[in-house]
Design a protein around this ligand. Structure first.
Ligand code: NAD
Length: 250
């Protein structure tokens, strides 16, 4: 279905991004991976998916510009790279605030501005931003992440309007808790911030948010991304699709 499409998926060496990259490759797209990690493992992923990899640090606008130039025109842009830090606002390290805004929000602006001219020239494009239930609702101790994801949702709606007559759609997918390293790594900080055990964080903080009481799978998010890349989704733009087990319905 996506034969002859070139797709750049940021943060695709792990978790949700990797699942999206796998799903797009399975549909026939040429995939460009981005993200950090062990070079040997990344080489193996590239072989598995017939993909290439660009390891640009997305907190650095100049590195993003270099990546976009090296990658060239793309049909599908998935802005997915992200990070989390959990701390009360008065203890929130300013450098963590800056990193989260740079990676989870500003990087999407820098990739998008570089990708749009090529998409406009073709009259076709798909921009998919991995936002979060935290683009619609807040949780305490995640000030930077919630601010960045709300910002990403607003950015997505704005570019959807700007690009609406060019055959280019822009949408957010907003997962609830997906069992990936990003979630696993925030458990110790959440234990400290809330004075809870690991089990209590999983059951009483994370899954407490999700009425279905189960984690979303990276593959569930990937299936939505594939759908949004298809022709049936050509009139879906400016949307923010939740896959959150009912979290934001409350
Ligand atoms: P993950 O930690 O498994 O993957 C993050 C990816 O981003 C990795 O490939 C990593 O190498 C890359 N990355 C990190 N810093 C980078 C940098 N400076 N430059 C380039 N790449 C960098 O996380 P995940 O859970 O798969 O998260 C992916 C996205 O999904 C994020 O935007 C996250 O906010 C969002 N999200 C995750 C969940 C969840 O529960 N896991 C829920 C909602 C939204």
């Amino acid at each position: 279905m996506l034969k002859d499409r070139r797709a750049l998926v940021t943060g695709s060496t792990s978790g949700i991004g990797l699942a999206i990259a796998r799903a797009l490759a399975a549909e026939g797209a040429e995939v460009i991976l981005n993200g950090l990690g062990d070079p040997a493992a990344i080489r193996q992923l590239c072989e598995e998916l017939g993909a290439t990899h660009n390891g640009a640090n997305l907190m650095d606008p100049a590195a993003i510009a270099g990546m976009m130039e090296e990658v060239g025109p793309i049909d599908i842009l998935v802005n997915n790279a992200g990070m989390q830090h959990v701390a009360p606002v008065e203890d929130f390290p300013p450098e963590k605030w800056d990193s989260i805004i740079a990676l989870n929000l500003s990087a999407a602006f820098h990739t998008t501005r570089a990708a749009v001219p090529g998409m406009k020239a073709k009259g076709w494009g798909r921009i998919i931003n991995t936002a979060s239930a935290h683009s619609l609702a807040a949780s305490p101790f995640k000030s930077a992440y919630v601010a960045a994801k709300h910002g990403l949702a607003g950015f997505t709606k704005t570019i959807a309007l700007e690009l609406a007559t060019h055959g280019i759609t822009a949408n957010c997918i907003s997962p609830g808790y997906v069992w990936t390293p990003l979630v696993e790594n925030q458990i110790p900080d959440t234990m400290a911030a809330r004075g809870l055990t690991r089990e209590a964080v999983i059951n009483d903080v994370l899954l407490a948010k999700q009425p279905t009481k189960s984690f979303v799978l990276p593959e569930d998010v990937a299936a939505m991304a594939v759908f949004l890349c298809g022709e049936a989704a050509r009139n879906i733009t400016g949307a923010n699709y939740t896959i959150d087990g009912g979290w934001t319905a409350e």
